[in-house]
Design a protein around this ligand. Sequence first.
Ligand SMILES: *[C@@H]1O[C@H](CO)[C@@H](O)[C@H](O)[C@H]1NC(C)=O
Ligand SMILES: *[C@@H]1O[C@H](CO)[C@@H](O)[C@H](O)[C@H]1NC(C)=O
Length: 267
Amino acid sequence: MEASKSASFFLLCFFLLFFSASACDRCVRHSKAAHFSYSASPSVGTCGYGSMALEFTGGHVAAGSPAIYRDGLGCGACFQVRCKNTRVCRSAGVKVTLTDLNKGNSTGLVLNKGAFVSMAKNGKAQELMRRGIVDVEYKRIPCEYSRHNLSIRVEETKKGSNHLAIKLLYQGGQTDILGVDVAQVDSPIWHAMDRDYGPVWSTIGRVPARSLYFRMVITGGYDGKWLWTPKAVLPADWTIGSVYDMGIQIADTAQEDCYPCDSGEWK
Ligand SMILES: *[C@@H]1O[C@H](CO)[C@@H](O)[C@H](O)[C@H]1NC(C)=O
Ligand SMILES: *[C@@H]1O[C@H](CO)[C@@H](O)[C@H](O)[C@H]1NC(C)=O
């Protein structure tokens, strides 16, 4: 356990050196936002949330540019977006959850229609829709899930039985999950998981058919920390497609040295 723990800490430091310099998440950024041209259901997206996306930020979701998507690490992150045309748009903007990648497009964000029109003032929705693409400012905000703990859905895995793949769901706060390990309850042997894509992680080796619990490394800006699930999350007879409550939630907000970009510009 100690060996794998220090290896993970080493990796953690490595990650933080790489990511923290460019990860000024709280900064207000300026870009353009469009809406999906088809009546896309929020459940469509490369993060693979499926119909669960309907529960995220009131079904308001977004596809982000590669800089926001961060190779899938940004999946599930929450953003507040508002259009800069104060005649048409509300100053509060709209809160969205990132569920998709917006490839090779100069538009930073593509919102689903419900989210896009939510940026409008009363009676201005049609005018906003007609504009189609608007200048926006946006910033990352903590995700809030009052009705859910951090949870996992057991995914299908091509590696065969006794390999485990999980999709992380309902991640609160404003941090990234950089590592996930799984262990049998009452065993000190942790099995590392690899991130397959977006919020989906799978074991490299087989896992015992016993009750399993998890630990994760999350970033809080320059500091990383471990989170342990307090109890068994998966019973020995876990089933593919089921969602299991991890019994914990993340409320941390990344503490980042973003001065001067975290200047309270958003009023
Ligand atoms: C970006 O995407 C939006 C919405 O899908 C589309 O309307 C726009 O034409 C695209 N822009 C470019 C440069 O491809
Ligand atoms: C989250 O987990 C805690 C501890 O297991 C539990 O008491 C609580 O009811 C859970 N909250 C939700 C919203 O499910």
